[in-house]
Ligand binder design. Structure first.
Ligand SMILES: [Fe+2]
Length: 184
């Protein structure tokens, strides 16, 4: 379940509906897909894609996506820091950035219209679609681990275009981490 922080207001949203409503004002789609009854988070990539075939095919039909894959990032990933350094500076893409998190977590910062910076921590079960052209940057959380389904409209559109605004330097990539269920 995601946590959304309105950085300029120091306000945090944790309710699924409130997060979805706020992100929709930025043109960002947010959904929850079930994870527990589908496939083990550590299953091979083709099993992950197979488990979510219905949702993926529906999205392909509606969003013009042509391919799907699973990205695996962990502390063991070769050249991890170089890879992360491509995306932790404010940038945009010529195509949507679509992620469904199967395991692990990550932190998107969105530079919305009017200068409001929004941080969205995504964890297993969270789907986020950041539309093409949206200024954003991405960090891993402390465990430096994420496994996510990606959908692509055209892989050549995936190159980041940097704004060189350096606004990202003003926001520490702090994740809340897994939240405990309420104590009864
Ligand atoms: Fe990006």
């Amino acid at each position: 379940m995601a946590v959304l922080t309105l950085c300029n207001q120091n306000r945090t949203l944790t309710d699924e509906g409130e997060i979805r409503d706020y992100l929709s004002t930025l043109g960002i789609d947010y959904e929850r897909w079930p994870t527990t009854d589908r496939v083990a988070a550590g299953a091979p990539q083709e099993k992950i894609l197979e488990a979510y075939t219905d949702e993926i095919e529906k999205l392909k039909a509606s969003g013009g996506y042509v391919t799907a894959d699973v990205i695996d990032v962990s502390p063991e990933t070769p050249a991890l820091e170089e890879m992360l350094a491509k995306f932790d500076k404010e940038h945009w893409h010529d195509e949507d950035e679509f992620r469904f998190v199967v395991a692990g977590s990550g932190l998107f910062h969105i530079n919305g219209r009017g200068g409001e910076i929004v941080a969205i921590e995504v964890t297993a079960g969270d789907l986020i679609r950041v539309p093409r052209g949206t200024h954003h940057w991405f960090n891993l959380c402390a465990d430096r681990r994420i496994r996510a389904i990606r959908l692509f409209q055209d892989k050549t559109g995936w190159t980041p275009h940097y704004t060189d605004s350096h606004v990202d330097r003003n926001f520490a990539p702090i994740c809340f981490g897994p939240r405990q269920p309420p104590q009864l």
